[in-house]
Design a protein around this ligand. Structure first.
Ligand SMILES: [Zn+2]
Length: 282
């Protein structure tokens, strides 16, 4: 009989080996539930915070028109997230992976694509060009900066649409399914290597890295599969994004641009326009 309370502080490989060795479903459930509760109770919670692309206008330039213009655009903020952990325990590392996947696929506030960040960096970039000696016209530069900030808002909302909708609690449920599958499909190290090797403490740590790596890779693969299901894409199909709503659609030979829903809407608008023109012409 497995003594669950003995697991505290145990290595991941011990948990996985015991899981594999369990004869009954009940034992397997208990071990797996212990594993999940270690992950969910980890101190390594998901965190996001505000970061800014800041710069300071040199004091001697503050009284100039350009200096003033830059001064009011020195603090461009965006949302960032804690993406790494210093805690090397398996529960913290696996939890970090779970947190990161949520942030990347579901958190609409954290937008970190280069396309977006580059637009936010425009004032800073122009400022550095200016102090490096570039000749600048206040009105022209102000216009360029304000346009790129306006554009960044557009880009952000498009990238937000490309994220899926799922609450953290719903996410936890699907992650547990992913993890369970990883446990069931996991091959023990012993099945790979020569059993006669003397195992030192360092090897125990290496074994844990092996399983941590395996679980993290499984999660990455699972979320991609899940994303395809979410958008109703068949497996092994290449995909692209709908130009209108950002959802994922299967790539087809005839260069489809929109998902079924948006395609219908576009067609309806097109026909309405033609009908309208026709009515006016009459
Ligand atoms: Zn669409």
């Amino acid at each position: 009989m497995i003594q669950i309370y003995d697991y505290d502080g145990s290595f991941l490989y011990e948990i996985i080996e015991d899981y594999k060795d369990s004869k009954t479903q009940e034992e397997k459930d208990k071990i797996f539930n212990f594993f999940c509760s270690s992950i969910w109770s980890s101190d390594n919670k998901r965190k996001t915070y505000t970061k800014s692309i800041g710069f300071h206008v040199r004091k001697d330039l503050l009284n100039t028109n350009l200096g003033q213009m830059f001064h009011t655009r020195t603090n461009i903020e965006y949302r960032y997230y804690k993406s790494k952990t210093k805690d090397e325990s398996w529960s913290s590392i696996v939890r970090q992976k779970i947190n990161n996947i949520y942030t990347i696929y579901f958190d609409k506030e954290v937008i970190l694509q280069k396309e977006y960040l580059d637009l936010l960096k425009t004032p800073k970039r122009f400022y550095h060009e200016w102090i490096s000696g570039a000749d600048m016209d206040v009105a022209a530069v102000t216009k360029l900066i304000d346009e790129s900030i306006a554009k960044s808002i557009e880009v952000k909302s498009r990238l937000q649409m490309e994220k899926m909708d799922l609450s953290w609690n719903e996410y936890k449920k699907i992650v547990e399914k992913f993890l369970r599958r990883a446990f069931d499909n996991c091959k023990l190290i012993g099945e790979y290597e020569d059993q006669s090797k003397i195992i030192s403490r360092l090897d125990f740590l290496t074994e844990d890295h092996f399983y941590v790596g395996y679980i993290c890779r499984s999660l990455e693969g699972e979320i991609l599969k899940w994303q395809k299901q979410y958008y109703g894409i068949r497996d092994h199909k290449k995909y692209t994004r709908c130009r209108q709503c950002g959802s994922i659609i299967e790539k087809t030979g005839n260069k489809r641009l929109y998902c079924t829903h948006c395609g219908k809407e576009k067609e309806r608008t097109r026909k309405r326009k033609i009908a309208h023109k026709y009515r006016i012409a009459k």
